[in-house]
Design a protein. Sequence first.
Length: 594
Amino acid sequence: MCGIVGFIGKSPEKVLLDGLKRLEYRGYDSAGIALKNGDDIELFKAKGEIRNLEKIVPDKTSAEIGVGHTRWATHGKPDEINAHPHVSSDKKWAIVHNGIIENYLAIKAKLNAFGYEFYSETDTETVAKLLEYYQKKGYDEITSLNKTVNALKGSYALGIINKNSDCLYFAKNKSPLFLAKSGDEIMLASDIICFKGFAKEYYPLVDGIFGFASKEKIVFYDNLGETEIKPLPLDLGEYDNLNTYKHFMIKEIYDTKTAIKNIIEYYGVKENCDRLADYDLSEITKVKFVGCGTAYHACLLGANMLFEKTGIDATSYVASEFRYGNLSLDNKTMVVLVSQSGETADTLAAFERAKESGAFTVGIVNVEYSTLSKKVDVSFPIKAGVEIAVASTKAFSSQLCVLNIFAGIVARKLFKSVDPLADVRALYEKFDYGNVNDFKLLADVLRYNDKLFMIGRGDDYCVAQEACLKIKETSYINSNTYYAGELKHGFLALIDEQSYVVVFATNKEIFGKTVCNAEEAKARGGKIILFTCFDLDASDADNFYYIIKTKELGNSLQAVLNIIPWQIIAYYISVNKGINPDKPRNLAKSVTVE
Ligand code: AGP
């Protein structure tokens, strides 16, 4: 979603634009920068892509400080007026903001009463005017900032400059923000990927922190006064190297095998695998898995894995429903929160509800410096590496592997003599990316279609849901998933000669039943595509319009071998349709608003 970059040093116009480009993957619809040039603050804003902003920012300026922003519209439409930075009425302050100021209408009303006027529809503009309000009362810059953040309710990461100061001001609450220093240059950013090539370590700001940075020093404050934040090493690997791939989505799908290897290595280390050793789980009576989108689909499969390995009652929830739903939660409940980014607002809100109820919380998280990762009682990193494409691929497969290990660790705690890594090792041995030519041919067929159904039972149904989501978000095809047995209870009415029905059938015990359901669709004119890991004899194979094969694994991580072909198919449909699969329309990588 929105992105923040701030900079003190040479050529801030270049550094800010470069930083904003690195944040593009998160999704945005306008962008802007503010530069302090001498005693003036110059503003540049553009609707749409960063290259529109690039056209209006001068190649060279004498500025040495600035802030930049990519905005994903929440309050007010995506246009130049609502784009950040926002400025105070006296044009002394320019600010960029991620998050939502929940009490902005009340602040606006108060400031209106003092004669302040507003030009935008944003909540952010009230913060710029509030800074001015306090400064005009006689407070210095940092005290004005302190008073301003004390008046705010909601979430915010703020990057601020003032035309009479050479400092970069910042504040953070429930929205990520980081700072890095290299020599006398300073960078502020909402994602540490902006620091790659700039610094070797970074300061992870925590909620309630505000402060300022200058060429000489960085000062952090919390509500008790000046405080210290220890820097952490910056280690991002080669995530931004596309090598020979055209898009991050396909590169990241092909990162999966390495990710599985990383997981085996990481959880092969005793202390990493013993993460639950200090916790008594004997009283836990139920486990609830919570996530959004792809992470929710991982939850569905994770709950099945835990039940299978331990017999503990496990259910899954979409995070936005978990927050407000009628649930029984107590200190005998374990809540497992699954999130690639660890910053998804719905998942964080679900965490808060779980925590308030006294539940034991576990995180299955990719971004190890994320809010969720730090807040849960125990966090299990999924070791997928940075994921850039909006469509989550390698993170999903890695989530499944770590959920499987997690289930194994719980089982070992309860029943001993279980090897939590056995299934993942077996997966790694068998893992391959399948027959890509077959996938490409099917992608060619499906690109023109807008009536795509996917059916399955049990784990096959969960994977079909994820396959369907991948195709929807990267190809804009109207595809839907149903339980195979539900076909005859309603949606059979939708089937006609234009329909394609993909049957996920990778469970031997129910193979026949699932395929029978497909026959019902075939009898109504549907073209049936079989997705299976079993060999069929020629006469059976003739029943199907197309067959996609994967390998048979024999444990619950079959789900990983099952999703890879559909990630690849979704990618090629997207590319065939001329869509950029890395940045589908209307979507953001990390959804930081509820
Ligand atoms: C995945 O392809 C989607 N873009 C989306 O559903 C995503 O999985 C969801 O927003 C959850 O994100 P998280 O894993 O970062 O919490």
